[in-house]
Write a protein that binds this ligand. Structure first.
Ligand code: NAP
Length: 237
């Protein structure tokens, strides 16, 4: 039984389907993409697993916590939390407003903290918390990333601390750092795509499915916790 936040598109949608293929029933959250979320629900059901989609904005504290409660209720428990929902606001330091700072930290950090806290309260031995960070938390290749990198770097501390906090209960916490991945957030044919691809060792964008395969591995392995995994085509190399 797994919850994928932001599971209606991109990395989250691919992860929801991949976890279902591995045998999980899946809950997912979305904000605007109700139709897209229903498509993912149908894709999971086509694999013979149960699926539910709930609207929950990770930037709203009550909704971030409530999404975990609703998922556990609908599925009958929770074994895996994938903290995927995230927003990116990039731009020069002086252009970032207080509202930008509050919104990005609310969705990318506070929402992840609260969802992890709520999930930990419900998980039993074997529980898995997997957070989607970013290659920008490891190496910022140019200007414009102050706010986004701040938010994603905070998740490294959260992950390591969760690993220590929950290890005694047999619950693991790990973080995955995608490089440039072809999604709506960062299309492989976007204006900055060529430069990003050139910064990887493999010279290309990754796919949402490639990230999902790493998440699926962490969902099923038991002696890995507090660890960071780059899935970035060599962006950090
Ligand atoms: N793509 C990349 O190159 C890349 C690289 C490194 C890290 N990441 C990280 O990977 C994660 C997924 O990115 P993606 O590229 O798949 O993004 P995406 O294509 O923009 O999809 C974002 C997903 O998150 C949902 N979402 C957005 N804001 C939300 C909120 N406040 N609360 C709950 N759900 C929300 C969206 O739902 P709606 O459609 O309903 O709005 C959608 O399902 C993010 O944490 C991102 O920072 C991406």
């Amino acid at each position: 039984m797994a919850l994928v936040t932001g599971g209606s598109r991109g990395i989250g949608a691919a992860t929801a389907v991949r976890l279902a293929r591995e045998g999980a029933d899946v809950a997912l959250t979305y904000v605007n993409g109700k139709e897209a979320a229903q498509d993912v629900v149908r894709a999971v059901e086509a694999l013979g697993r149960r699926a539910v989609a709930h609207r929950a904005d990770g930037g709203d504290a009550a909704e971030a916590t409530g999404a975990v409660e609703r998922a556990a209720e609908a599925l009958g428990g929770l074994d895996v939390l994938v903290n995927n929902a995230g927003v990116g606001v990039l731009g020069p330091l002086e252009s970032l407003s207080l509202a930008d700072v509050d919104r990005v930290l609310a969705v990318n950090v506070r929402g992840v903290f609260l969802a992890s806290q709520a999930a930990a309260a419900r998980m039993t031995e074997g529980g898995r918390i997997i957070t989607i960070g970013s290659c920008m938390a490891q190496r910022v290749p140019g200007p414009g990333g102050t706010l986004y990198a701040t938010s994603k770097a905070a998740l490294i501390g959260l992950t390591k601390a969760l690993a220590r906090e929950l290890g005694g209960r047999g619950i693991t916490a790990n973080i995955v750092h995608p490089g440039p991945i072809d999604t709506d957030m960062n299309p492989a044919d976007g204006p900055y795509a060529a430069g990003q691809a050139a910064m990887t060792a493999l010279g290309r964008f990754g796919t949402a499915e490639e990230v999902a395969s790493m998440v699926a591995h962490l969902a099923t392995t038991s002696y890995v916790t507090g660890a960071e995994f780059s899935i970035d085509g060599g962006h950090a190399a």
